[in-house]
Design a protein. Structure first.
Length: 245
């Protein structure tokens, strides 16, 4: 996860809390569920009952909104990032668009991400993403590298579609790639179908790699080559489409 400033993680947390605060929803986080996530980082962290008792004794607020935020604020930046990432992984199962939104901010973007202004996507922005991906690969964070590649491609696709057809309401990455392919077929008739079809093939590859990475537990050389390959696919795909932006 990219380093974020205080304003960024507070913004991220406010967005996450708006999703996990709806009781009865699949994404709802009770106090015990939230502390279970904290204990994934620190197995010796107090239980919910123990933690509530310590807050009462210290005269600190015990509402979910207050103690979630205060606990998050007290964590070291690396632990805070890990906790946020773990919660986003849970959200993604039911609200993938929100997860993509949050990850976009964490990797250098800003809210909202559903419609990205045209100037936000250019070679400089792509290069910034690539630097983050390279840094993740260098530190052996291969799953993060693949997730950043997915986020990068998805964000660019949304920006491309928003620029060419503002009224088109698509969010899913494969559907976005199909729209782009058909748009280019209609507007650039000299391009061979084999080249345009690669837009979909690359998208399926990136999407599948992102979804399968944690299931297959890639690591070592396998994780390295897969993350590097996805990085190169995303780079090539976006540099092609930037010509038609």
């Amino acid at each position: 996860m990219a380093t974020t400033g205080v304003r960024d993680w507070v913004q991220v947390w406010n967005r996450i809390f708006s999703v996990i605060n709806n009781q009865g929803d699949e994404c709802y986080f009770s106090g015990p569920r939230f502390l279970d996530k904290v204990r994934e980082l620190d197995s010796y962290f107090p239980s919910y009952a123990q933690y509530m008792e310590s807050l009462h004794t210290a005269g600190k607020p015990t509402s979910r909104k207050d103690f979630f935020y205060n606990l998050l604020r007290e964590l070291e930046s690396s632990s805070r990032a890990s906790l946020i990432s773990s919660i986003v992984d849970e959200i993604e199962r039911f609200k993938p668009e929100v997860a993509a939104e949050v990850r976009g901010v964490l990797s250098g973007g800003s809210f909202p991400t559903a419609v990205i202004p045209t100037p936000a996507w250019n070679s400089d922005r792509l290069n910034a993403f690539l630097r983050d991906i390279d840094a993740a690969i260098d530190s052996r964070q291969y799953e993060r590298a693949v997730t950043l590649g997915y986020t990068c491609l998805e964000g660019f696709f949304k920006a491309f579609v928003a620029e060419k057809s503002p009224d088109t309401n698509l969010t899913e990455i494969v559907a976005l790639s199909k729209w782009i392919r058909e748009y280019l077929r209609a507007t650039i008739k000299d391009y061979p179908d084999e080249v345009l079809n690669l837009i979909n093939h690359v998208t399926h590859a990136v999407d599948r790699a992102r979804n399968r990475f944690s299931e297959a537990h890639f690591g070592g050389e396998a994780g390295h080559w897969l993350a590097s390959y996805i990085r190169d696919l995303v780079n090539t795909q976006i540099r092609l489409l930037l010509q038609f932006f």
